[in-house]
Design a protein around this ligand. Structure first.
Ligand SMILES: Nc1nc2c(c(=O)[nH]1)N[C@H]1C(S)=C(S)[C@@H](COP(=O)(O)O)O[C@H]1N2
Ligand SMILES: [Mo]
Length: 170
């Protein structure tokens, strides 16, 4: 092969690789959202970034001295965006939000904690921490007012709206 052809072939082979890596943040997948009917919506990072962001400051954790600033859309906005929180107030009152991490860690919120017609707590799906983008694989939920961090699920993979069973269910 003539050198000039060789260079052209090499460029044709490597250019797509160079353009493809690292994958653009906007193309990365976000968490899966499962609505009350069991339908799943895969949220993209660009979709998430397009939602209006809210700022939440959390007090320093154990062994930390400075508070943390988190930014991202309200969890309610995210759930509404994919149509996961429709229903009458009586239906919403009996539903929970199951947050799951890549390590199978689980925590729950009540829909009524974040629904604007109920408590309207400013729980966010954080995309940035202290001004720096959070890696799409490590997105976290921030729950203002919680004195412990256990409901702040990180490495968030799935958010499910679940109907709570009656008290006799086992
Ligand atoms: N995926 C996942 N999220 C999680 C946990 C976990 O084990 N896995 N631990 C929780 C607990 S108990 C705390 S105190 C905080 C700790 O978050 P940090 O490591 O950012 O301080 O994450 C919460 N979110
Ligand atoms: Mo914790």
């Amino acid at each position: 092969m003539r050198p000039v052809v060789r260079v052209a072939v090499a460029a044709a082979l490597f250019l797509p690789v160079a353009l493809a890596s690292p994958p653009a943040r906007a193309d990365a997948p976000g968490p899966v959202i499962r609505d009350a009917a069991g339908d799943e919506h895969r949220l993209g990072m660009s979709e998430l970034a397009a939602l209006p962001a809210v700022r939440v400051t959390m007090p320093p954790g154990k062994g930390q001295t400075a508070p943390h600033l988190f930014e991202g859309p309200l969890l309610w906005t995210v759930l509404s965006h994919v149509g996961a929180v429709g229903g009458t107030p009586r239906e919403l009152a009996g539903r929970a939000i199951l947050l799951e991490g890549a390590d199978q860690y689980r925590a729950v919120l009540a829909v009524g904690e974040i629904a604007p017609d109920f408590e309207g707590k400013q729980v966010i799906l954080a995309e940035r921490m202290d001004g720096t983008d959070i890696d799409p694989a490590h997105l976290r939920v921030v729950v203002p007012g919680d004195r412990r961090g256990a409901r702040g699920v990180h490495d968030l993979t799935r958010i499910s709206i679940v109907a709570v069973p009656d008290g006799t269910a086992r």
